[in-house]
Every structure is written in structure tokens, then in C-alpha cells.
Write a protein that binds this ligand. Sequence first.
Ligand code: NAD
Length: 248
Amino acid sequence: MKVYIQKAAELIRNSKAMIAFTGAGVSVESGIPPFRGTNGLWSRYDPQCLDLDFFHSHPKESWTAIKTIFYDFFGNAKFNEAHRVLADFEAKGILKTLVTQNIDNLHQMAGSKNVLEFHGNSQKLICPQCKKMYVPEEINLDVLPPLCVNDGFILKPDFVFFGEGIPEEAYRRSILAARKADVVLIIGTTGEVMPASMIPSEAKRAGATIIEINTEPSNYTNRITDIFLEGKASEILLELEGLIYPEK
Ligand code: NAD
């Protein structure tokens, strides 16, 4: 592991176009569980609340679960050291683009700027009719479902529901960044959710070296990963930061 992490630090230090690709695992240490698994969100909530057809046919029921998960719970989460190190890598010019599948806004709260939100962002709401955007603080979530002040349409959280397409711009820019990348840092994702999961493979095909951080092997590990760093995202990223910037 020591040799691996030193090699990874060297690759990151010498990279010219590194991207990061993050998943639910990067936010686990902020207290946000992944969707799947024994303690996952779907062991407590019904995933149908995020199905687009169900949302349209049962807005109040859907919104009741959405409020609990994404505003009462996600809304109070704080970024952790993994988010912070990634934001610092970007500020120092070493990380060019961060593609995230997460919808919790924690990368942005930590200071990351060039974030491509593959699945949108739960901390924004949109009126599907007039496209007016809201932040949760502007909305009275005691009365559900919340309505647009312009036209009375039911507001929708601005993330990708089951049965909904990927935001075009994020998709296009993620593919471009992947094709240009020389190093990809995959962090905390099983790589099971398509089409997001193909971003690292796209980079690998174009010649990038893949460094993966996860507490356990994923779909990528034995397929495209060059260096697997087993452990918690914050611990491994702090160690990498210490090797890349020993003076800090
Ligand atoms: P996933 O739930 O399929 O997998 C989580 C991965 O993180 C696993 O491989 C697990 O081993 C790893 N992991 C757990 N704790 C870790 C830690 N401390 N450090 C490093 N790795 C750790 O997550 P996914 O692959 O991102 O796919 C789930 C989908 O659900 C995504 O599309 C995402 O949009 C959504 N989701 C988002 C959030 C969020 O915004 N925080 C939370 C849950 C799910």
C-alpha cells in the first residue's frame, strides 16, 4: 500500500489534466449513507419516491419522502476532508475537472468550482413549466408539494429522477474532460449507475491512468483500475495531500 500510494502521489503531482470522478462514498463520512447496502437510504425509504411517473401521479407522497431525505437530512450535512482536499487540489491547479454523481452539493460547499453534476443537485429546485430556479431556503416545505410563485406548477428538485435523462451540458462536458484526462481519480463509487459509470472507461480508452479510492473493490477495480487505494476517502486523500504537498 505504501508503494502504491507513493506512486499515485507521483502520478497526481506530474499530471497535466487530472479529473476526479466521485460517488456516494465520498459523502459517507459526512453522514450521508449510500442508496444501497444494509444501511443504505433504500433500506429506510421507498425508491419509488424518486421515480418520475410516480412523482407526477403522487406529488404529495413523493414530496414527503423527498423533504425528509434531501432537505431535513442532506440539508444539514457538512463537507468532510475528502471534499476539502479535492477543492484544494483544484485551487492549486492540479485537478482540472470534478465529475460527480452526487447530488448533495458538498463539493461546491467545500470550494470546488469546476464541478460537473452528472445527476443534478438536490439543493436547487426548478419549476418544470417556467424554469424558475429556487434554493430550499426560499421554499416553505411545511406545505407540500411546494408550488412555483409564477405559475403554480409543482416544483421539482433539480436532480435526475429514475426515468429521466442526464443533463445534456454536464454529459457533454464530462465526456470531453474524460477524453482529455491523463489521470482519473475515482472515489467512492460502485460504477453501477449508467451512463455515468462509463466516464472513467472513456478516459482509460483515451490513455488515462486510473487511480481508485474505495473501502472495497468496485466494478472498476479489476477491469480498468491501475492503482487501487483501499480505505476511506478522507484518510487516503489526506495521505496523498501530505505526500504531494509535504510543506503543508
Ligand atoms: P453506491 O451507493 O453505489 O456506492 C458507494 C460506494 O462508496 C461503494 O463502492 C462503497 O464501497 C464506497 N464507500 C463507502 N464508504 C466509503 C468511504 N468512506 N470512502 C470511500 N468509499 C466508500 O454509490 P454510487 O456509485 O455513487 O451510485 C449511487 C447513485 O446514487 C449515484 O448516482 C448518486 O447520484 C446517488 N447517491 C448520491 C448520494 C449523495 O449525493 N451523497 C448519496 C446516495 C446516492
